[in-house]
Write a new protein. Structure first.
Length: 276
């Protein structure tokens, strides 16, 4: 599986997000505490927004803990919306086009989990992708195909409904092929202004997902904490696992739910895939 984080708020140095926390994403690439695997060394990627509508992306097949370019870039870059992902492959090749986050126009997408028995269902799911979108698929992962299914079902207009419809098709296809639990997922996607996150699995035992609490309340609890002091009042993080043990800093995202982060507002709603 994988680990990821999604940040939004005032521009923050990427090094602050990726390296400085006690249990930073880079440290999780070697020593994850809550993942299916301890090591997530099959590449990494970051996506960030700056002056352009289209986000920048940087992918590498190196382990995040051992990549000098990531360290150098992180030290020099600031952004108010950042996606970062460390990869543990579930079978597809270790190559740059298989590294998250995936990009389409101004959208980013990253996934922790898998479509089970992907080789069995790959053809059927591929045929469900809009033919106009299909040529843009570059890699061979289930995660990227999942992204293009969501785009096919209207991600750019109604993200919650589109992901529910995509998961419904994945579950229907998997069960038609005798797969009991077709999907395991935590997903984040953004258009650069809003972040949507999803926690769901067919067996209702999903991988971990947490969101940060209100920064103003956290600052009152921990006035001496330098990292908390640096964040803006509307700063929000959604993460596969907490970046530290600061009391009151993290809330678990409920099973089978979606999360919408827009500015300082965070809303949670049930996630119910459309039956195939």
């Amino acid at each position: 599986m994988c680990r990821w984080l999604a940040y939004s708020g005032s521009p923050v140095n990427l090094q602050t997000l990726l390296y400085k926390p006690a249990y930073s994403l880079v440290s999780q690439s070697k020593h994850a505490r809550m993942g299916a695997e301890t090591t997530n060394g099959d590449g990494f990627g970051i996506g960030w927004y700056s002056r352009l509508d289209r986000p920048g992306v940087f992918h590498s097949t190196e382990p995040a803990w051992n990549d000098r370019n990531l360290a150098a870039l992180s030290e020099q870059a600031w952004s108010g919306r950042v996606f970062a992902h460390i990869r543990a492959s579930t079978g597809s090749a270790v190559q740059q086009t298989n590294c998250h986050p995936f990009r389409h126009g101004n959208w980013l997408w990253m996934h922790n989990g898998l479509i089970r028995d992907f080789p069995t269902v790959k053809r059927d799911l591929t045929l469900a992708v809009d033919p106009g979108l299909f040529p843009q698929i570059e890699g061979s992962t289930d995660s990227e195909l999942f992204f293009y299914l969501a785009l096919t079902f209207g991600l750019e207009k109604d993200p919650l409904r589109a992901v529910e419809d995509a998961v419904g098709v994945i579950e229907e296809t998997g069960r038609r092929h005798g797969i009991a639990h077709p999907i395991q997922m935590t997903v984040a996607t953004t258009d650069g202004a809003t972040t949507w996150a999803f926690r769901y699995s067919s067996e209702r035992q999903s991988r971990t997902l947490y969101r940060s609490t209100d920064v103003t309340a956290l600052r009152a609890l921990h006035p001496a904490n330098a990292l908390v002091a640096e964040l803006s009042d509307d700063a929000r993080l959604v993460v596969s696992e907490p970046l530290g043990d600061l009391e009151g800093a993290w809330q678990e995202v409920p099973e089978s739910s979606s999360l919408v982060v827009h500015g300082g507002d965070t809303e949670t709603a049930p996630f119910a895939p459309t039956a195939g």
